[in-house]
Design a protein around this ligand. Structure first.
Ligand SMILES: Nc1ncnc2c1ncn2[C@@H]1O[C@H](COP(=O)(O)OP(=O)(O)OP(=O)(O)O)[C@@H](O)[C@H]1O
Ligand SMILES: [Mg+2]
Length: 178
């Protein structure tokens, strides 16, 4: 994977904190803040760390209604809200990268779709770097999460999420180039 650009570590004492963090991503990925809609997020962590809980809260906040199933068996669940596509992958049971390429899943990893991937390490080598990696680790109490940006889009997200006056990434965008 390409080099991480910057990162932020936060504590999530309970599930409500995980969901609150996830909800902060909704305006960033849907374009509500003026950013281009879309983005790729990799979710890492042991079984039960909270990857699906995070994804569900994010998808719900983006306006997805009805049941949000874990893609543990299906590999992929997809959604669409007002012309924006959402793809939720879980590669826990993934073991053949040819299967992936043959099925055309790779075509779904577009910059203008919201792509959330659990267990990305199981498909290493066939996935492009994410905009952000979210790593959840068991702690007492709750979880510790590390958010790592790999692209300029990820950097922008991270600065939007960091509590002021913390700004973990160098500024991005036109102002940064001036
Ligand atoms: N910050 C937190 N503190 C304590 N419990 C949490 C926290 N965030 C989520 N949880 C709980 O942890 C569990 C996470 O389950 P979830 O299915 O999201 O895990 P997962 O990482 O997707 O696992 P899998 O690898 O099996 O897909 C849920 O029971 C949820 O309530
Ligand atoms: Mg899961």
């Amino acid at each position: 994977m390409s080099a991480p650009l910057c990162s932020l570590t936060l504590t999530l004492p309970d599930e409500t904190a995980t969901e609150a963090l996830a909800r902060q991503f909704a305006p960033l990925v849907t374009g509500a803040t003026g950013l281009a809609p879309g983005g790729r997020i990799h979710l890492q962590g042991e079984l039960g760390a909270g990857k699906t809980a995070f994804t569900r809260a994010l998808l719900r906040e983006c306006g997805i209604q009805g049941r949000i199933k874990s893609p543990s068996y299906a590999l992929l669940e997809s959604y669409k809200v007002s012309n924006l596509y959402f793809y939720h992958f879980d590669f826990y049971r993934f073991n053949d990268s040819r299967e992936w390429l043959d099925a055309g899943f790779r075509d779904l990893l577009r910059d203008d779709a919201v792509v959330l991937i659990e267990w990305p390490e199981r498909a290493e080598g066939v996935l492009p770097p994410p905009d952000m990696q979210i790593s959840l680790v068991y702690a007492d109490p709750g979880r510790v999460v590390t958010l790592t940006a790999f692209t300029a889009r990820g950097q922008t997200w991270l600065n939007a999420i960091a509590p002021p006056p913390q700004m973990p990434c160098p500024p991005t965008g036109p102002a940064a180039d001036a």
